[in-house]
Design a protein around this ligand. Structure first.
Ligand SMILES: *Cc1c(COP(=O)(O)O)cnc(C)c1O
Length: 382
């Protein structure tokens, strides 16, 4: 029997049938006029999804980590000072990437499940000159959502560029890239943006492009250099052929289809749907007497990081799988064995919430003999 389990991890996610159809179309030449049209349209659609008419999109083959690398490669030169707002393991990865490109990195963090306050970040900014501030919009290892708007305002007041890792947030959590003056926002195709894994997406606004142009030395990596890709992206948007490195033709077609669906739903409606469904999950966790890894006021709308209650452990993940739902284990090295994660982004509906919560109820019963009822609370919230 075909695998009919519902994929509810924090990426990759369940895909819309139209997206899968686009993926399976005959592979065209990357300079075929019909593909140029698709790629050009997808680039324009990304500006709508990020609410940033003045941003330059870069779409290249790679994962979210490559998007992080691309942002860092273009903005960092030896001695660049970067402040990393540290909300978990992916923030730590950003710090590592920045350091590898030669940045002097200062991390401002909090105990696991927390986030530094705006005052703490402001105090660090006041103590030294920073060229960059990086923010993980949702840290997938902790389920913590950062206050991008507030942090961006602080960073701007100190003259720093703002880089947002939106891999587990973009197209689901509210991000007003231009209104909030975020300079770079990045994501990957397999998360809330709703396409298969394989594309790195970097949105760069004018101040970030200007910083790149003002570099003393070339970007050491050819593949990551904005200067190599900018003429390519501009050519596709102008519906002209131009080659630097072969685009992932089928993935771009799938991305374009997904972006079309997102825009048809409307970004505000999409943000609201994610908030509503996440609220229903949180109502269920609380009725089941399960606590979250993140501080409650920081809990993301794209995933839940839920602690195992006493008497239960990581065997729960496999038990939920047997009930037809694929969820993920813990990821943060300090607390890996203490929690599991349910992704709730993309094309999910109230019926999916009901299916997931009832499967988790059955798994608690089957694996640990525990009665934990969350379905009625989820239904009421829906
Ligand atoms: C998934 C994720 C990444 C890494 O993306 P990959 O596609 O796995 O390389 C980076 N940052 C965040 C916040 C993520 O959730």
């Amino acid at each position: 029997m075909a695998d009919r389990r519902l994929l509810m991890i924090p990426g990759p996610i369940e895909l819309e049938p139209d997206v899968l159809t686009a993926l399976s179309e005959k592979t065209r030449s990357h300079v075929d006029p019909t593909f140029i049209e698709v790629f050009g349209r997808a680039l324009g659609r990304l500006r709508e999804v990020f609410l940033a008419p003045d941003a330059q999109p870069f779409v290249v083959a790679g994962s979210g980590t490559l998007a992080m690398d691309m942002a860092a490669a273009n903005l960092v030169e030896p001695g660049t000072r970067a402040l990393v707002v540290d909300t978990g393991w992916f923030s730590a990865r950003m710090a590592e990437i920045l350091a590898r490109w030669g940045a002097e990195v200062v991390r401002v963090g909090a105990p696991i499940g927390g986030a530094p306050s705006l005052d703490e970040v402001a105090a660090t900014l006041a103590r030294g000159k920073f060229d960059l501030v990086t923010i993980t919009h949702v840290d997938t290892s902790t389920g913590v959502r950062a206050d991008v708007e507030g942090l961006a305002r602080l960073a701007k007041a100190h003259g720093a560029l703002v880089v947002v890792d939106g891999v587990c947030a973009a197209a689901a959590e509210v991000l007003r890239m231009q209104a909030w003056d975020v300079d770079v926002a990045l994501t990957a195709s397999q998360k809330a943006i709703g396409a298969p894994p394989g594309l790195a997406i970097v949105m760069a606004r004018p101040a970030a492009l200007a910083r790149h142009r003002a570099r003393k030395a070339k970007v050491p990596s050819l593949y990551l250099d904005f200067a190599e890709w900018l003429p390519i992206m501009e050519a596709y948007e102008a519906r002209r052929p131009h080659y630097f490195a072969t685009p992932a033709v089928n993935l771009v077609a799938a991305l374009d289809t997904s972006l079309g669906l997102l825009i048809a739903e409307g970004m505000e409606a999409r943000f609201a749907r994610h908030a509503r469904l996440a609220g229903a999950f949180r109502a269920a966790w609380s009725a089941m007497e399960l606590s979250l890894l993140p501080r409650p006021e920081l809990a993301a709308n794209t995933l839940s990081a839920v602690r195992y209650p006493s008497g239960a452990d990581a065997k729960l993940v496999a038990a939920i799988g047997k009930e037809g739902i694929v969820v993920a284990g813990g990821l943060h090295p300090e607390a890996k064995a203490e929690y599991f994660r349910v992704g709730h982004m993309g094309a999910i509906s109230p019926s999916d919430v009901v299916a997931v919560v009832s499967a988790i109820e059955r798994a608690f019963r089957a694996a640990f003999g525990q009665e934990r009822r969350g379905l009625a609370a989820a239904q009421a919230a829906l």
